[in-house]
Ligand binder design. Structure first.
Ligand SMILES: Nc1ncnc2c1ncn2[C@@H]1O[C@H](COP(=O)(O)OP(=O)(O)OP(=O)(O)O)[C@@H](O)[C@H]1O
Ligand SMILES: [Mg+2]
Length: 475
C-alpha cells in the first residue's frame, strides 16, 4: 500500500499542489474542513497529516487535539502563514511534529514531508520491535512445568504490577535475567526502557559515572555531559545484575538514590529526580555477604523487599525434557529445519546429569547437537561423554569443539632470545601474565564463556575475573 498523506486545508489548490508534488509516490487525500479531516483519520489509515492552522469552524489547535484523541499516532505538520508562527510553536508543544510556512518553498516542503514520513516509519518499527520484545519476555515464554517454578511465577505476576524492588536469586544460568525482563514487561513500565547494569563488569569509578552520569568537565576526559543509567531508565526499570559484586563504597550511594528518588551527576550542582523500578539479581547468598560485612544490610533490605529464588535445574528435573525440546525447536526454527528428537535413553542421561551451569548449559548442549548431530534423532552416543560417563574426569568437561582461544605459550627461552633487553624480573612478569591469560582462556573455553563458572573454577571473584579480562584484552 502506498503511504497516505492527508491534507486538511480549505484552499483546494493546496491539496492540488500536494498531489502535483507527492502524487507519484504517495496517495494524497484532501479534507476541506477540520471535521472532514478528523473523520478521515478515524476511518482510514493515514501516515502523515498536513494541517492548516486557519480552518473554518474549528481552530487548527483544536483540530490537532481531536486528531490525537482519535488515537492517531503519526506525525502532524502544521501549515501556517508568516504571522502565525507563534501559534505554530504552540501547536508543536501540543504534539505537532513540525510546521511549515506558506507560501511553500517546494524543496523545503519535500524535505519536511520526507523527514516526517521517515519518522513515522521508524515509530511503527519501534512499536513493532517493542511488541516483539514484550512477547519474547512475556512470562508465558519462560518454559517450565515445575510446580515450584509455576508457583513462583504466579507470585511474580502479582508483584510485577506494583513498583516494589525485586531481588532475583539463583545459581548461574537459572534464568535470572529473563525473569527480570519478564517482570519489567509485565509491569505498567513496559513501554519505558529496561536498562541493565552489570555491577561486576566495571571498576568502581566507572560504575559510578555509568549509573549516575556526569557533567561536562567533572573529571579529565568528561568532555560532554552524559546522563547515567538511572536517568536513561526514566519511567522504566533498572536491572542491577550481579548486585552482590557492588563495591562497598558504591552501596550507600545507590541506597541514597533509591531512598530519595534523586541522583547527583558527577560534577553536578543540583539533584535530579528519578523514577525507576529496581530489579536486582545475584548468584551469591546476599544474606551471607551481609553477615560477613561485604554487603550493607540497609541496602540489602531495600533491594530485597521482594526476594525470589529460582531453583537450580537439578532441583526441577521435570523441566529438563521440556526445555531440551524447546531449545531444539528454537534452533531448528532458526535454521529452517525440522527439530531433532531425543531418544529415551539419551533423555534419561540429560535428566540424570546435575547441570552445574543450569539452563544456559542445557541450551548450549542443545545448540551443539543441532549443529553437529548427524541424524534426526539424538541417541545417547551423540551426547558429550561427560554427560553420561561416570569415569569422565570432571576437569575434562571441555565442550568447546573449536580450538582453545590461545595456544600454550612458546618456550620460555624465547623471552630471552626474542627480547634480549629483558631481565629476569620482567621475564617473570611477562611469563606470569602469559600463564594467567592462558589459564583464563582455558577456563572460559571450558565453560563456554560462562564467566561465573570460569571464576569459580579459577577460584577468584567475578570482579577479579572481569578485571583480568580487561587487562588482557580478552573478549
Ligand atoms: N525457563 C526458561 N525458559 C526458556 N529459556 C530459559 C529459561 N531459563 C533460562 N533460559 C535461557 O537460558 C539462558 C540463561 O538465562 P539467564 O541469562 O537469564 O540466566 P542468569 O541466571 O542470568 O545467568 P548468570 O547468573 O550466568 O548471569 C538464557 O539464554 C535464557 O534465555
Ligand atoms: Mg545473568
Amino acid at each position: 500500500m502506498r503511504e497516505r498523506i492527508l491534507v486538511i486545508d480549505d484552499e483546494s489548490n493546496i491539496v492540488w499542489l500536494f498531489r502535483e508534488i507527492f502524487g507519484d509516490g504517495f496517495e494524497v487525500l484532501g479534507a476541506q474542513t477540520a471535521e472532514e479531516g478528523i473523520q478521515t483519520v478515524r476511518d482510514q489509515e493515514v501516515h502523515l497529516v498536513m494541517l492548516d492552522l486557519r480552518l473554518p469552524g474549528m481552530s487548527g489547535l483544536q483540530a490537532l487535539e481531536r486528531i490525537k484523541l482519535q488515537g492517531y499516532q503519526g506525525p502532524v505538520i502544521i501549515m501556517t502563514a508568516y504571522g502565525e508562527v507563534k501559534t505554530a510553536v504552540q501547536a508543536m508543544k501540543s504534539g505537532a511534529y513540525d510546521y511549515i510556512t506558506k507560501p511553500f518553498d517546494v524543496e523545503e516542503l519535500k524535505h519536511v514531508v520526507q523527514g516526517a514520513l521517515r519518522y513515522a516509519r521508524l515509530t511503527v518499527e519501534v512499536t513493532r520491535l517493542r511488541r516483539e520484545l514484550e512477547d519474547k519476555f512475556h512470562l508465558k515464554n519462560i518454559i517450565t512445568v515445575s510446580p515450584k517454578m509455576i508457583k513462583m511465577f504466579s507470585v511474580i505476576e502479582r508483584v510485577s504490577t506494583s513498583d516494589v524492588c525485586v531481588l532475583v536469586q539463583g545459581e548461574s544460568g537459572t534464568g535470572k535475567e529473563i525473569v527480570a525482563k519478564a517482570i519489567h514487561y509485565a509491569s505498567a513500565r513496559k513501554d519505558k526502557p529496561f536498562v541493565p547494569v552489570n555491577c561486576a563488569a566495571l571498576p568502581e569509578h566507572l560504575l559510578e559515572s555509568e549509573l549516575f552520569g556526569y557533567e561536562e568537565g567533572a573529571f579529565s576526559g568528561a568532555r560532554r555531559t552524559k546522563p547515567g543509567k538511572f536517568e536513561l531508565a526514566h519511567g522504566g526499570t533498572v536491572f542491577l545484575d550481579e548486585v552482590g559484586e557492588l563495591p562497598l563504597p558504591m552501596q550507600p550511594k545507590i541506597l541514597r538514590a533509591l531512598e530519595e528518588n534523586q541522583i547527583d551527576r558527577l560534577g553536578g550542582t543540583r539533584r535530579l529526580p528519578i523514577d525507576v523500578r529496581i530489579v536486582a539479581a545475584t548468584n551469591k547468598d546476599l544474606r551471607e555477604e551481609v553477615r560477613t560485612g561485604k554487603f550493607r544490610q540497609d541496602l540489602y533490605f531495600r533491594l530485597a523487599v521482594f526476594p525470589i529464588t529460582i531453583p537450580p535445574l537439578r532441583e526441577r528435573k521435570e523441566d529438563i525434557p521440556v526445555l531440551a525440546k524447546h531449545f531444539l525447536k528454537e534452533f531448528a526454527g532458526k535454521r529452517n529445519t525440522a527439530p531433532l528428537t531425543i531418544e529415551d535413553d539419551a533423555m534419561d542421561v540429560l535428566v540424570s546429569y546435575p547441570w552445574p551451569g543450569n539452563v544456559r548449559e542445557l541450551k548450549n548442549i542443545m545448540q551443539q547437537l543441532s549443529l553437529l548431530c548427524n541424524g534426526p534423532v539424538v541417541s545417547k552416543k551423540d551426547l558429550p561423554a561427560f554427560l553420561w560417563d561416570p569415569d569422565w574426569p570432571s576437569q575434562a568437561r571441555d565442550l568447546s569443539a573449536g580450538p582453545s582461544r590461545m595456544k600454550p605459550g612458546g618456550s620460555l627461552e624465547e623471552f630471552l632470545e626474542c627480547e634480549p633487553g629483558l631481565g629476569l624480573t620482567q621475564i617473570r612478569q611477562r611469563a606470569w601474565a602469559r600463564i594467567e591469560k592462558h589459564l583464563i582462556c582455558h577456563a572460559l573455553d571450558k565453560f563456554q564463556g560462562n564467566r561465573t563458572l570460569a571464576a569459580e573454577y579459577l577460584k577468584v571473584s567475578r570482579r577479579t575475573l572481569y578485571t583480568k579480562l580487561r587487562e588482557y584484552g580478552i573478549k
